[in-house]
Structures are given as structure tokens and as C-alpha cells.
Design a protein around this ligand. Structure first.
Ligand code: ADP
Length: 258
């Protein structure tokens, strides 16, 4: 049996996926905070995924690392960009998708894909927290809710709050003002999803965007963001079952092909 591993070390979370090459079955999948030592975080998620799959490191034929911390993983046999891994992972899960949106902790990106799963254009925002997971974490805290509850809350909105700024700092003071003016947490949460969608819309304007569209990354777990994107784009936005590990899965798939 040929076994591979993909390790995606992101700015906020590290992920590892163990794959059986013969049937592309996921045998282990772990997500954990990156913290301040990306090398250690990558090694830890790989060790935990191996444990989950009940195999040893020596059973793995190839490890491919990706993500901003990919150079730090000493154990990697190969290193690939997130764009290549995202494209491979998405195409495997949803082969019909032609545009993938990945919203992570500190960046967001959009890529186009052809029918064979090769990445075409891409656009990236890694300069500004607006439109990223970090933005939602900061504002969820001010709102007094867990970031994992924002999505469900936003789906109960009756009139999404209108923010005049997408900047984290300005949105934070606007949010405080809304709360004291009696605006509901539901409407505010939906307003935050709309900010994320708006920022993605700007990125989509920079590529030859085509539906079908998929949303991945940690923020894809926020149901409100998918809904806000569907409203903005007027198309269905697919979210795969494990959206946070799509890049790690793509890395493990590349490891089979190398
Ligand atoms: P990166 O790969 O850039 O390190 P991720 O893709 O793991 O980041 O995304 C991290 C972000 O995902 C967090 O900032 C948070 O906003 C969001 N997130 C994480 N878990 C959840 C959850 N259960 N529900 C909603 N959003 C989540």
C-alpha cells in the first residue's frame, strides 16, 4: 500500500492529511493551532495524523509540505505552493469547480481552475486583515461570541447591519456603536459576513472568474460567509465537507503523483 502525507502550515493553523494512494482514502486528518513555532506545529500535526491512521512515519512514501510555514518542516520530501495544493485538493473533491475561494486566518485568495484541475489566474490579499479569519476573530470577541458561532447567528438576521468601513479597526468601533444603539448580534454577524464577501468580490474582479464556485479554508466553516457570497455573486457556492484541510489534502495528492 502506498501512503502519502500532506502538511499545510498556515499562519493560524497547521493541518496534516494521510492518504492511501490506491483509493485516495483519507486515513488521518488533524488541524491544530500553529502558535509561534511553525516547525513544531507541522511536526506535531503530522505525528498526530500518523497516530490516527495507526501507522509509522516510515510507512509514508512521501511527505509534501505547503502553506506559509512549509520551509520550516524538516521532514518534508517536497514543498509546493498553496496555489498548486489548493487547485489539486479542490479538483479532487469537486471536479466541476472553476473558481476556488480560500479564506484563511491572515489571507484570502481566489484561483481559477481548468477542467484538468490546473490552476490558472489567482489573486491574493495578504496585506490587510479585512476579509480574513483574523478579522472575524477580533470582531467576534468584541461581539461577545465564539468565532465558530458567528455563522449560525448571522443566518438568523432579519436586516444585516451595514458597515461603512471594511477596516478592522474602524469596523470594531462601528460595531461597538451598533451594539450600544441596540442593533441585534444576529444582524451584526450577518454584516460581518457581508464584509468578507465584499472583500472576496474585489479579488474575484482580478481573475477570469467563472462558476461553479467553491469556498474553502477555515472561514468556510462560517455558514454566513457562504450565504453572503451566494447573495453577492448570484450563484451557488459549494463548501466541501472538510474545508479547512483542502490544501493539505492537495499536498498529499501531489505526493502520490511525484
Ligand atoms: P490558515 O490556514 O491561514 O492558518 P485557516 O484556513 O485554518 O487559517 O482559517 C482560520 C480561520 O478560520 C480563523 O481565523 C477563524 O476565523 C476561522 N474558523 C476556524 N474554526 C472555525 C469554526 N469552527 N467556525 C467558523 N470559523 C472558523
Amino acid at each position: 500500500m502506498t501512503l502519502t502525507a500532506g502538511v499545510d502550515i498556515g499562519s493560524l493553523t497547521a493541518k496534516a492529511v494521510i492518504l492511501s494512494a490506491e483509493d485516495s482514502r483519507v486515513l488521518g486528518s488533524i488541524v491544530a493551532p500553529t502558535g509561534w513555532q511553525s516547525a513544531q506545529a507541522g511536526a506535531d500535526v503530522l505525528a498526530r495524523a500518523l497516530q490516527q491512521a495507526s501507522i509509522e512515519r516510515t510507512d509514508i512514501d512521501r511527505v509534501v509540505a505547503t502553506g506559509y510555514g512549509r520551509v520550516s518542516l524538516e521532514d518534508a520530501d517536497e514543498r509546493l505552493t498553496e496555489i498548486s495544493c489548493l487547485a489539486r485538493g479542490i479538483h479532487h473533491l469537486l471536479p466541476e469547480v472553476r473558481t476556488a475561494i480560500d479564506i484563511g486566518g491572515q489571507d484570502s485568495k481566489v484561483i481559477t481552475l481548468d477542467e484538468t484541475g490546473n490552476a490558472g489566474d489567482f489573486a491574493l490579499n495578504d496585506r490587510c486583515a479585512a476579509g480574513t479569519g483574523r478579522f472575524l476573530e477580533v470582531l467576534a470577541r468584541v461581539l461577545g461570541v465564539e468565532v465558530s458561532d458567528l455563522g449560525k447567528l448571522s443566518l438568523k438576521a432579519d436586516r444585516p447591519a451595514q458597515f461603512s468601513s471594511v477596516c478592522t479597526v474602524f469596523a470594531e468601533s462601528e460595531l461597538v456603536g451598533m451594539l450600544s444603539a441596540g442593533e441585534s448580534r444576529e444582524n451584526i454577524a450577518a454584516g460581518l459576513s457581508r464584509i468578507i464577501a465584499h472583500q472576496v468580490g474585489t479579488l474575484l474582479g482580478q481573475v477570469r472568474y467563472q462558476p461553479p464556485v467553491a469556498l474553502v479554508g477555515g472561514v468556510a466553516q462560517n455558514e454566513g460567509v457562504g450565504t453572503a457570497l451566494e447573495e453577492l455573486l448570484g450563484v451557488t457556492v459549494d463548501v466541501p465537507e472538510q474545508p479547512q484541510t483542502v490544501c493539505a489534502l492537495g499536498a498529499a495528492l501531489w505526493a502520490i503523483m511525484m
